[in-house]
Design a protein around this ligand. Structure first.
Ligand SMILES: [Zn+2]
Length: 196
């Protein structure tokens, strides 16, 4: 697992991430009216910013929720138009789905963190920087408790860490329970929460 992680970090280096005591909260799969506004309220309560890797189709379905994220000053990234699995797509079809994303951004995160190498190369040629994560809360897993997720964040977070959450129906309750605890711990330990 550690080897796998270090390979991932080499594949997706984040040069600017390793500066000071910055940590990057990221939320995948929104915007969703049932969940995203609740995430925004928590972030606002602590005065911190995050990065939302959005599904293009969800932006088109919920433009008002998208606008709330932008107005609150958070960053957004492309998470493809239909949350597609790279390994099931040709590079041409994958790129077409990436390009269907309706908003301007230079940040990209592949759904499931997986693509073929040539798909990654093609995404980069479009001008995107690809960001995965080094702290995966697995908030989508019903067996995960907020306590276990918090412990994992405390154990794995380093300066420059990118923490992965989901503003999705599936993760909703677990993610909303752990998020304030995680932010409080990060701030109390001197981390600065930044956008990618
Ligand atoms: Zn996703």
């Amino acid at each position: 697992m550690r080897l796998f992680k270090s390979i991932l970090q080499r594949l997706y280096p984040c040069g600017k991430c390793r500066v000071g005591k910055a940590v990057y909260l990221t939320f995948d799969d929104g915007p969703i009216p049932e969940v995203t506004p609740k995430v925004l309220a928590i972030l606002d309560r602590y005065g911190v910013k995050a990065t939302f890797f959005m599904v293009g189709e969800n932006i088109d379905k919920h433009p008002d929720v998208f606008e709330q994220v932008i107005k609150a000053g958070h960053a957004i990234g492309n998470h493809t138009y239909n949350h597609v699995k790279g390994w099931k797509y040709s590079t041409a079809d994958y790129i077409a789905n990436v390009q269907k994303f309706p908003k301007e951004t230079k940040l990209f995160r592949p759904p499931y963190g997986r693509t073929w190498l040539w798909q990654r190369m093609a995404v980069k040629r479009l001008g995107y920087e690809i960001y995965l994560w080094d702290v995966l809360t697995r908030d989508y897993n019903p067996r995960r408790t907020p306590e276990a997720m918090l412990k994992q964040i405390q154990r794995q977070t380093r300066s420059g860490s990118i923490i992965n959450f989901h503003d999705s129906i599936k993760s909703n309750e677990r993610m909303l329970a752990v998020l304030p605890l995680a932010i409080e711990w990060l701030l109390a330990n001197g981390y600065e929460l930044k956008t990618l």
